[in-house]
Design a binder for this molecule. Sequence first.
Ligand code: FES
Length: 154
Amino acid sequence: MSDEERLGELLRKAGYSEKAIDYYIKKRNVGVIEGARAAESHAGLCGDSMIVYLKIEKGLILDAKFQAVGCAGAFASGSALTEMVKGKTIRFAENMTEQEVTRDLGRLPGPKLHCVRLAIDALKKSIACCKELQDSGSDCKCDARARSCNQYGV
Ligand code: FES
């Protein structure tokens, strides 16, 4: 049995769906989009954090990536969420719920459901940050790397 298979077995026993296991082991969309909008989100007492980067053009999310300091649930959630928003409108992303991401993943252990909230919070903060910048016309205060939002025309 390979290391990957052993890890999968462990996650399966812990209550992760096959999709969540695949998203954790093979991680989707981890990384940074240079010049994109980003805002950091912390997940309460667990102390994990996530940043979601969005590349937006004319209200459409052309690309989405994330970075996380977190558990298997955080990486599975970040992978699912970024896959779900790519090619969608900002309005769609703004209205996404924890339940939708959880449903897409199939199943997470009960104590890991807050990891989905971390991903949703990070997404919504990035969108809000972008809108704030558009409204104020000045640099966003939440992330110094997120200065070129205007070019994306949100
Ligand atoms: Fe904190 Fe999963 S335990 S995000």
